[in-house]
Ligand binder design. Structure first.
Ligand code: GLU
Length: 304
């Protein structure tokens, strides 16, 4: 298959969508991003890559970091993790407080903010230096030693993150956070502030595409079964309140972030990452979703 030609075709086909939507601005530092960037990186099992546009420009991965946090937490805690959070789609926004109240402080899934705050809490309890461990882990799986936090973005989110602070308080009230709220919010916003390029993300996500192998990194050991589970949660919960739509249009397990990135995989075949900052009303990248829809349609390579 001529993947490069397919990516180039797709780029032409999505150009009419350029200019639709706008970048996230509720985190002040994210509002400064140039909205009209677009990059895509496809990586096959043999390591060959196909790229287009700003595939090597780093951007704020935001909620895509929740997949890495889940990988670490699931590996450290095993089954016990599911006592503290569910695995069902939320059907409400990623920062919903209402649902968490109704459900007595048990987040619906690890990919809404409440769930990821619990993941941060687990890392703080289990790791000596969670901040260092988290970034080292991403550097390792992306094979990019210079990947880093953007502390200015983290500070910017922390100083305006009233809703996340409310969620953390509610979790603490229900005893689903063991450590101090400030410490948990600090690690959470740092995780979200990590900057990676599409090329680095597609490399990192290969560990979820290699579902036929055991994946190990230091203290992080992912069994085949855990890879299966993480992919299942990406499929059902990876796109905020639009996971059904993404499944319907694209048909791949994946995760998006409000920085405009989306990373997705096809088990045993490829991983793909796309970035375009303009978001739809649900918080997903408009051109990114369209590009992936066209990719799985034109290649006939969706899991369905
Ligand atoms: N740091 C962002 C927040 O908590 C992440 C949102 C996202 O990418 O979904 O609001």
């Amino acid at each position: 298959m001529d993947y490069q030609a397919i990516l180039e075709n797709i780029y032409r086909e999505i150009l009419p969508y350029a200019g639709e939507g706008k970048q996230a601005d509720y985190i002040p530092a994210l509002a400064e991003v140039e909205p009209d960037r677009f990059g895509i990186s496809l990586r096959l099992m043999d390591g060959s890559t196909f790229e287009l546009g700003d595939a090597h420009t780093r951007f704020s991965i935001q909620s895509i970091s929740k997949v890495f946090a889940l990988t670490i937490a699931i590996s450290l805690e095993g089954e016990a993790i599911w006592k503290r959070m569910g695995k069902e789609p939320s059907g409400s926004s990623f920062n919903s407080l209402v649902q968490l109240e109704y459900e007595n402080g048990i987040p619906r899934n690890p990919f809404i903010n409440a769930g990821a705050l619990v993941l941060a809490d687990i890392m703080i309890s289990r790791l000596q230096n969670p901040e260092q461990f988290f970034i080292d882990y991403i550097r390792k799986i992306s094979d990019s030693p210079t990947v880093d936090y953007n502390r200015r973005v983290a500070e910017s989110e922390l100083s305006t993150g009233y809703l996340n602070a409310a969620i953390a308080n509610l979790l603490k009230y229900h005893r689903n956070i063991d450590n101090g709220i400030d410490e948990v919010l600090r690690l959470y916003t740092l995780m979200c502030s990590v900057e990676m390029s599409c090329a680095e993300l597609s490399k990192a996500f290969m560990c979820f595409a290699r579902s036929n192998e055991e994946f190990r990194h230091g203290e992080v050991t992912l069994t085949k079964s855990n890879v299966k589970r993480i992919n299942a949660i990406m499929q059902t919960c990876g796109f905020y309140d639009e996971a059904g739509e993404f499944s319907f249009l694209v048909g791949l397990p994946g995760k998006s972030g409000v920085g405009g990135g989306i990373a997705a995989i096809y088990p045993s075949l490829y991983s793909i990452a796309v970035w375009s900052p303009r978001l739809n009303s649900k918080g997903n990248s408009i051109m990114g979703m369209k590009a992936l829809e066209l990719f799985t349609t034109e290649t006939s390579e969706s899991i369905f």
